[in-house]
Design a protein around this ligand. Sequence first.
Ligand code: SIN
Length: 182
Amino acid sequence: MIHLHPTQPTWVFGYGSLIWKQDFPYIEARPGRITGWARRFWQGSHDHRGTEEDPGRVVTLVAAPGEHCDGRAFLVEPEVFEHLDHREKNGYERVAVEIAFEGGSVDGVVYRASESNEAFLGPAPMEEIAKQMNRCVGPSGSNREYVVELARALRGMGVLDGHVAEVEGWVLGLEWRHIYPI
Ligand code: SIN
C-alpha cells in the first residue's frame, strides 16, 4: 500500500464503482485519465456483488502499454481513506498513479486488484461473464446493476470504453440471444 500524506488531501482516481457510487465525502471531482492501464471485468467480488460461493465480477486495471483508462478523480481528505480502504478491501491495493486532467496532471492514487490477489478471476468468454453477472448478487446489490451503472456513468461522461460496452451488451442481451439464437 502506498503511503499517503498524513494531513494534505489526495487525489484518488475512480474507474469502477467509485465513478457512480460516492458514499464518501470529497472536496472536488474532475474527469481524469490514466495512461498505460486498461479497465477489465477480471476481479472477483465476494463482498459486494457476489458471495464466497458465487463471486461476481467487478473491474480492475491491467497493464496496457499505449492505452489509457478514463474515469473520475476525487480530491479527498486523509481520513476518508479508512472508509475507502475498507470498501476496496477484497484484493485491491492503493498504488501511485499520475492522473491527467484537461490542462495538467497530478500525482494521485488508484485502487488496483493485481493478478496475484486471491479473488482475481482473469478473462473468460463473454457469454460466461454475462451469465455470471446476471446471476450474482451480493451485499451491495446485483452484479448486473454494477455493469449497467458503470456503463451509464461512462456514457454520461462521454467516455467510450469498448470492453465495458461489450460486457453491458452481453449482459442486457443475453435473454434475447436465448430466445432468438443466431
Ligand atoms: C474504482 O472504482 O476505482 C475501483 C473499483 C471498484 O470499486 O469498482
